[in-house]
Design a protein around this ligand. Structure first.
Ligand code: NAP
Length: 247
């Protein structure tokens, strides 16, 4: 795959899907900015792995739900590299509870980490990418934003919001040659899904036509495609990466 741009910020790339996206994009020749909130050591490890494989990477820590921190982070990248070509809004959290037991803070903390963060990233990208009249953003939502899930009213609302918001950003970005797309992973093997009980995972796997959970690399390659020149006529799209769980 070819990339016209030169650098990318991947939020929440100290582990899980984000770390794999960072490694895959570095493998395609992009300079990758690895972001984390608390896992500085894990982020340094991802950077070391990318460098050992001959890629270029830098680490930048900030909390994506903090407007000032995220905005300053993007500014620091543009100051260092002269531009931000691509953004992957990947950072996200869960805080599962049945709705009747869900406190307001359980709800808003997930909305802030998953949806507000994505708005900040998309808004700041469109501002800076407009100057070059080039850019692409991929937002990592979830199958749960498409079909709902018991215990995840907060998470479903945040990810459904990401899907809808991306389409509006796509319409605002198109006249500026900036594309916005979304991926909706199904059940992927990471620390986020490690929290699930084995019997719950087995039950999920039974309903997946490809009969297994996904590998983070399988999400990363879909993200790479949506950033690359190979998808130059695709914007406002939602690409399911779920083994056929929702067809
Ligand atoms: P994960 O293993 O829990 O990793 C989450 C990453 O996000 C970590 O690097 C974490 O950094 C970072 N992060 C969390 N909150 C942050 C914040 N406020 N600011 C900056 N970084 C933050 O999660 P994952 O499974 O890889 O999920 C990645 C994305 O895919 C999420 O948006 C998730 O909702 C989505 N997704 C996952 C699945 C799945 O099955 N795993 C399915 C569908 C969608 P620290 O460690 O430093 O906090």
């Amino acid at each position: 795959m070819k990339f016209t741009g030169k650098n990318v910020l991947v939020t929440g790339s100290s582990r899980g899907i984000g770390a794999e996206i960072a490694k895959v994009l570095a493998g395609y020749g992009l300079k990758v900015w690895i972001n984390y909130r608390s896992g500085a050591e894990a982020a340094d490890k991802v950077k070391a792995e990318i460098k050992a494989a001959g890629g270029e990477a830098a680490v930048i820590g900030f909390d994506v739900s903090d407007e000032e921190a995220f905005t300053s982070g993007i500014k620091a990248i543009v100051d260092a590299d002269g531009e931000l070509s691509y953004l992957v809004n990947n950072a996200g959290i869960t805080n599962d509870k049945l709705a009747m037991r869900m406190k307001m803070d359980d709800f808003t903390s997930v909305i802030d980490a998953n949806l507000k963060s994505c708005f900040i990233g998309c808004r700041e990208s469109i501002k800076t990418m407009s100057k070059k009249k080039f850019g692409a953003v991929v937002n990592v939502a979830s199958i749960v934003g498409e079909m709902g899930n018991p215990g995840q009213t907060n998470y479903a609302a945040s990810k459904g919001g990401v899907i809808a918001m991306s389409k509006s950003f796509a319409k605002e970005g198109a006249p500026r040659n900036i594309r916005f797309n979304t991926v909706t992973p199904g059940f992927i093997v990471t620390e986020m899904t490690d929290k699930l009980k084995d019997e719950v995972k087995a039950e999920y796997a039974k309903n997946i036509p490809l009969a297994r959970m996904g590998d983070p690399k399988e999400v990363a390659e879909a993200v790479a495609f949506l950033l690359s020149d190979s998808s130059s006529y695709i914007t406002g799209e939602t690409l399911k990466v779920n083994g056929g769980l929702l067809v």
